[in-house]
Structures are given as structure tokens and as C-alpha cells.
Design a protein around this ligand. Structure first.
Ligand code: X2X
Length: 344
């Protein structure tokens, strides 16, 4: 590998001296680039990957050909290893969740701080503003090339037992949480019994009743028909929103010509914009049609009043305070300021 890399380097130098750098660099292109995703199409997350790959193929006339690997299959379904695999080049590119990469990049826990972002305007104020830029600089330092933001969405809690209206309703409930410790802290603070597991393991655990509940964006509820695995109660508490990030491995990135890099970047920005609209569809229109669809599946949908929601904010505040230092007090302060100053 090392040898190959230095050989390519020599070739590049020779090529530049010889004035035919574009042709020589082009020799380093792979026949196919591997894109990692947790969720494939037709989820919005999967669509993010599909749209990006399609735009790149079209705009590079097939010079860059991307294959989707949903279910994080390049790393055997263990989504918390995705970031390391990207850095090492096991994965060429990804549309990934800040949650899954937060074990390696602690600043990404910002988006999992309970009740930091009360609405979509708050999410946009962070990702599309200076905070988003700072996070991208951190990702770049951590060893990948970040290009654009997408969205998994606000994560709502569902369960098979009863409507959740107060933190008390969660007492003793077995809840599947993602492999990021801030989620265990939050559900423990609420009196629940959280179990960390990958998404691959979560589905059979829900179906068998090994766990009572889970939390994820609502499109996942409808796409996967979660009422068929016993999830009869949904509470929209909007405690965290999970953005996605479009990234490329550094070596892969530098193997592309500046013109192709520009195409891949612009395609990521275009795909991100399209995908965010898809992820929010049915949740931003009056009456939130997605909630009606879910109720139509025989599911009890509980929308918290501001007072009811406040009880969850209070109960998770110690977790917020604990994680502030891990994320970085300065970054959290900037985020709070950006959220307060958002245009609604
Ligand atoms: O595992 C999850 O819950 C999922 C699919 O939302 C993520 O990958 C963060």
C-alpha cells in the first residue's frame, strides 16, 4: 500500500514536470467508489446517498462511479466503526449520522444535547452557520473531507407499552438506544432502562419484545411499519435532531482532479438540500400529515404540551450540563447563542 502510494506520488511529480498532470492523476481513479449508509433508499437518508451518487455520475460523465452500501455492510453493520473505516479507507465516502461518528469526534455530540434545538430553524441556525463551519473544520482535522449537511431528523420516542406523557411513564421501560453514551445517560436520567445496540440488532429486538421502545425519526416508523413490531405508542418530544454529513476519504479526495472535486462537492450540496426537504416532508406542513398517517396505523400519537415537554427538559438538564464539557463549553455556548438568535 505504502509502496503504491509513493509510486503514485512519483508518477504525479513526473506528470506535473511533464505537463500532463490531469491524465496521470486520472489513472489513479477507481472503477468504483464505495459509499457507506446506515439506511438505504427509500428512507430520506438512503435517498441522500442515491441522489448524490447519481448527480456525480451524471456530471462527471461516469468518471466517478459510486456504489451504495446501506446497512453499513462494509463494516458488518457496526455503525459506530464507520468513521474509523472512512479514515482508514475501508470506506471511500459516506452520508453518515453525527451520532454514529460521535464516539470518535466528541464535538458531534452537540446535536445530541437534549432539547438544544427546539425546531427546524434551530437546526438550520447550527448546520448552516458558523457552528456548522467549525464542526466541518473539526471533521477535516479528524481525517475526512466534509462537504455538505443532510438530515436524519428529529428523534421521537416510541414504545409497545403505554403513552409517554411524563418522565415517570418511562420508568423501568427497556429502550434501545444508539451506541453513543449520551443516549444511555439521557434515558437513565429519565428512569428508563436503556440498552445500547446497533440498528441491525434493534429490529429483531423490537420484534421479539426484548426491548419495549426505541427513538428514531418518524419516517423510519412509517417506512418500516414499526406498528407491526409492537410499537403502538409514539410521543413527539423533539429532544434531539440528527443531522447527516456528506464526506469523502482524504486520499480518495486528493486523487481527483480539482474540477472533479468541485463537481462532487456541488453534487453533495445539491443532494443535501433536496434530501433535507424530503426528510421534513409531512412534518413541516400544518397539521403534520405524517402524524395522521401514523395514527391511521392504529398507533396512539401523543403531542406534548409546552408544560409537559418542560418536565423532560428539566429531567435531562443534568445530562446536558455533564456533556457540555465533553462537547466543549465554548462550542455549546456558540450553539446556544445561534439558536437564540435564529429567525423563526
Ligand atoms: O441507529 C439508529 O437509530 C439510526 C439509524 O438512526 C442511526 O444510524 C443513528
Amino acid at each position: 500500500m505504502k509502496f503504491r502510494r509513493s509510486l503514485l506520488g512519483l508518477l504525479a511529480v513526473a506528470a506535473t514536470l511533464g505537463g500532463f498532470s490531469v491524465a496521470a492523476t486520472a489513472q489513479a481513479y477507481k472503477a468504483e467508489y464505495k459509499m457507506s449508509l446506515v439506511l438505504g433508499p427509500p428512507t430520506p437518508w438512503g435517498e441522500a446517498g442515491r441522489i448524490w451518487a447519481d448527480l456525480v455520475k451524471e456530471r462527471t460523465q461516469g468518471r466517478i462511479n459510486i456504489k451504495l452500501y446501506p446497512g453499513v455492510s462494509l463494516i458488518q453493520g457496526d455503525q459506530t466503526r464507520e468513521f474509523s473505516a472512512l479514515r482508514q479507507g475501508v470506506i471511500d465516502m459516506a452520508v453518515g449520522s453525527t451520532i454514529n461518528w460521535s464516539p470518535q469526534v466528541k464535538q458531534l455530540n452537540l446535536f445530541s444535547m437534549p432539547f438544544l434545538m427546539p425546531d427546524y430553524a434551530a437546526v438550520d441556525a447550527l448546520t448552516q452557520g458558523p457552528v456548522g463551519k467549525e464542526i466541518f473544520a473539526t471533521l477535516d482535522k479528524a481525517g475526512v473531507v466534509p462537504l455538505a449537511w443532510g438530515e436524519n431528523g428529529f428523534r421521537e420516542v416510541t414504545n409497545s407499552k403505554k403513552p409517554i406523557k411524563t418522565p415517570d411513564d418511562l420508568k423501568g421501560m427497556k429502550v434501545r438506544v444508539v451506541g453513543s453514551p449520551i443516549y444511555s445517560d439521557m434515558f437513565s436520567a429519565l428512569g428508563a432502562n436503556p440498552t445500547q445496540m446497533s440498528w441491525a440488532d434493534a429490529q429483531p429486538a423490537l420484534a421479539s419484545g426484548a426491548v419495549d421502545g426505541q427513538e428514531n425519526p418518524l419516517f423510519l416508523f412509517t417506512v418500516l411499519k414499526m406498528h407491526t413490531v409492537g410499537q403502538k405508542f409514539v410521543t413527539t418530544w423533539g429532544y434531539v435532531c440528527d443531522p447527516l454529513v456528506f464526506v469523502v476519504n482524504k486520499e480518495v479526495w486528493s486523487s481527483w482532479t480539482p474540477a472533479d472535486q468541485a463537481i462532487v462537492r456541488q453534487a453533495a450540496l445539491d443532494a443535501g438540500k433536496q434530501e433535507i426537504a424530503i426528510a421534513r416532508k409531512g412534518l413541516v406542513e400544518p397539521g403534520k400529515p405524517v402524524l395522521k398517517d401514523i395514527a391511521g396505523m392504529g398507533v396512539t400519537v401523543t403531542q406534548l404540551t409546552p408544560d409537559e415537554r418542560e418536565a423532560f427538559v428539566k429531567a435531562t438538564r443534568p445530562v446536558y450540563d455533564k456533556w457540555k464539557n465533553t462537547v466543549g463549553a465554548d462550542l455549546v455556548a456558540k450553539a446556544e447563542k445561534a439558536v437564540a438568535a435564529r429567525s423563526k
